[in-house]
Design a protein around this ligand. Structure first.
Ligand code: FES
Ligand SMILES: [Fe+2]
Length: 401
């Protein structure tokens, strides 16, 4: 098998052409053993990406280890309610600190020699470091040996991280989405949205590269063939394409006729700024790299893609509803039906996405082509990825993995 090392620049430049003439990303970026490490180093690490959910660590001291494309990280909530993300590794001999989600009392304690850290990552205790019962050591600077923290931000319950630390402010990253959806949520933004409980979550395991899930989510072309239920009230012809303005943030689609409330009787509280004339609009954005988000007048959802390998992805689905009132038991049935509706749609997509992954083992396939009328948002994502696969010096040499 060819290695990612040998992905020719030609195949990357072919992606950057006009949609009608472009090819898709080459197979190696989906099936090669090194594909995930390439994606991590060239894509994920350099931007803001979704790591997990703040509602998974609801109380002070709650902590959760997460393997982030092979990098052990942990999320922890401090006593002031702030979420921190640190590298999940002890500064002493490098044992992973947390092996499972837990509620910590006062500190993050390493199970090996019991060094302990504050929730903000500060090294607090180093038992016996200077000999038995001597907990300090001459010349050892605790302040220089705290945990390595990762820049993080919480938005719509999603915990975002920037591993390299040089992606720029999170506010700049999310600004295009806030602007796009200002027509729905006004200047208030998503403040009214509240993360649901256990009945607003789902997980799907998909045997495919994470990029294929994003690509599938970008387009409504497959709607009549793959989603007959959804298509019955939100038809292909009622959809439109969505692009960011700068080419660096998102692409997707919108519908003018989303109407689950009447179809399934899910009468939930609605966002207060949402215009009356647009009550049945909804938009679905692939927020690059690894989030699929959707906004309707009465709920928001996020599907966070956790890449497990080049060919396996875990999809974490979370729903947020409008205000604390929507969490009331009176709305339990409506919440349940809303989640069930999306679970059904996402499950229908799995077979298509897994089929595309299998197709990418074919030597007869070289990235495929795009319909300019239907696949524009998908191509938009391919171009975004392709730009990150170009050699840093812009040369036409083969890609360095
Ligand atoms: S490795 Fe953590 S205290 Fe020694
Ligand atoms: Fe779909």
């Amino acid at each position: 098998m060819t290695t990612t090392q040998s992905v020719a620049s030609d195949s990357i430049f072919a992606v950057l052409q006009e949609t009608v003439a472009a090819r898709g990303l080459p197979n190696q970026l989906y099936v090669d053993r090194s594909a995930l490490a390439v994606d991590r180093d060239r894509i994920f690490a350099k931007t803001w990406s979704g790591l997990g959910f703040a509602s998974d660590i609801p109380e002070p001291g709650d902590a959760k280890p997460i393997d982030w494309l092979g990098v052990p990280l942990l999320m922890v909530r401090d006593r002031d309610g702030q979420v921190h993300v640190h590298h999940n590794v002890c500064s002493h001999r490098g044992r992973q600190l947390l092996d499972a989600p837990c509620r910590l009392k006062a500190s993050i304690r390493c199970p090996y020699h019991s060094w302990n850290y504050g929730f903000d990552g500060e090294l607090l205790g180093t038992p016996h470091i200077g000999g038995v019962n001597i907990h300090q050591s001459e010349g050892f600077d605790r302040r220089a040996n705290g945990l390595h923290s990762v820049p993080s931000a919480v938005w719509c319950d999603i915990v975002f991280v920037n591993l390299s630390g040089d992606a720029g402010p999170f506010a700049d990253f999310i600004a295009p989405v806030l602007k796009r959806w200002q027509k729905y949520w006004g200047d208030t933004g998503p403040e009214e949205l509240v993360a649901g409980g256990a009945d607003s979550r789902a997980t799907l395991d998909v045997e495919s590269n994470w990029k294929l899930a994003i690509e599938n989510y970008c387009e409504s072309y497959h709607l009549p063939f793959v989603h007959p239920d959804l298509n019955s009230f939100s038809r292909l012809e009622d959809h439109y394409e969505v692009f960011d303005e700068d080419g660096e943030s998102f692409s997707g689609q919108g519908t003018r006729v989303y109407n689950l409330a009447e179809v399934a009787g899910t009468h939930l509280p609605r966002l207060q700024h949402w215009p009356q004339s647009l009550q049945r609009e909804a938009e679905y954005l692939s927020l690059y790299p690894n989030l699929m988000i959707g906004l309707q007048a009465d709920h928001f959802f996020a599907v966070l893609l956790e890449p497990l390998s080049e060919a396996r992805t875990r999809e974490h689905v979370r729903l947020l509803f409008v205000g604390e009132a929507a969490q009331d038991s009176a709305f339990a049935k409506a919440r349940e039906k809303t989640l069930a509706s999306w679970e059904n749609v996402f499950a229908e997509d799995v077979s298509m996405v897994e089929g595309m992954q299998r197709g990418r083992h074919s030597p007869a396939y070289g990235g495929g082509v795009f319909s300019p009328a239907m696949d524009g948002p998908t191509h938009h994502f391919h171009r975004w990825v392709a730009r990150r696969m170009l050699p840093a010096d812009g040369s036409t040499e083969a890609l360095a993995g």
